[in-house]
Design a protein around this ligand. Structure first.
Ligand code: COA
Length: 158
């Protein structure tokens, strides 16, 4: 069997509890920079149904967490792609899959609090003031940008 020289494609799928170790390791890579908050393996296992992973050749190369913030509002959290796989579309693929899951689960809007504003703007997000954030996270949103996207009704998609 010959191997292609083309870089292997990644696939995005729902996480399982077995992915917890890989997800925690990915998140940990981005804790020192202040980009992500640490998560324990217990936390990820408990919330595995709300995580998605990008996988390439059987290895988890990216993850994201769909975190409910309010009944119609969800947050894009713990988004990370391993440095050697960045720039291949995995981050965008994870966010796209997260939006589809969010739509199916009935969220009207998703938002992200991050320093990667340009990344989110390319995906159709706009800088926005989220009043719900003022209550608990004013200190966070003061230092990072808040970008949001309205999803539209789930009936527009299968
Ligand atoms: C942000 C991150 C997830 C992007 O993942 P990625 O797989 O490299 O992104 P993609 O390859 O899907 O890039 C999608 C587009 O965004 C652009 N992009 C990616 N990262 C960017 C960044 N930091 N700033 C500006 N643009 C960026 C890409 O060039 C690409 O543009 P194109 O569609 O015009 O080609 C990744 O850089 C990462 O893990 N960063 C560290 C953790 C982090 O900052 N997480 C966000 C907190 S919510």
């Amino acid at each position: 069997m010959t191997r292609s020289d083309a870089p292997p494609r990644f696939a995005v799928r729902r996480a399982t509890t077995a992915d917890a170790g890989a997800i925690v390791a990915l998140i940990e890579l981005n804790v020192p920079s202040g980009e992500l908050l640490p998560r324990s393996a217990d936390f990820v296992q408990l919330h595995a149904d709300h995580f998605l992973v990008a996988e390439r050749e059987g290895r988890v190369i990216g993850c994201v967490h769909l975190d409910e913030y309010a009944p119609s509002l969800a947050e894009v959290r713990s988004l990370a792609v391993v440095p050697e796989a960045q720039g291949l579309g995995a981050g965008a693929g994870l966010v796209d899959a997260l939006e589809r899951l969010a739509r199916v689960r009935g969220y009207a809007t998703v938002f992200a609090v991050s320093n990667s504003g340009e990344f989110f703007r390319r995906l159709g997000y706009e800088e926005r003031h989220i009043p719900e954030l003022d209550r608990e996270r004013s200190s966070v949103s003061r230092y990072k940008g808040v970008h949001a996207k309205d999803l539209g009704p789930a009936s527009h998609r299968r």
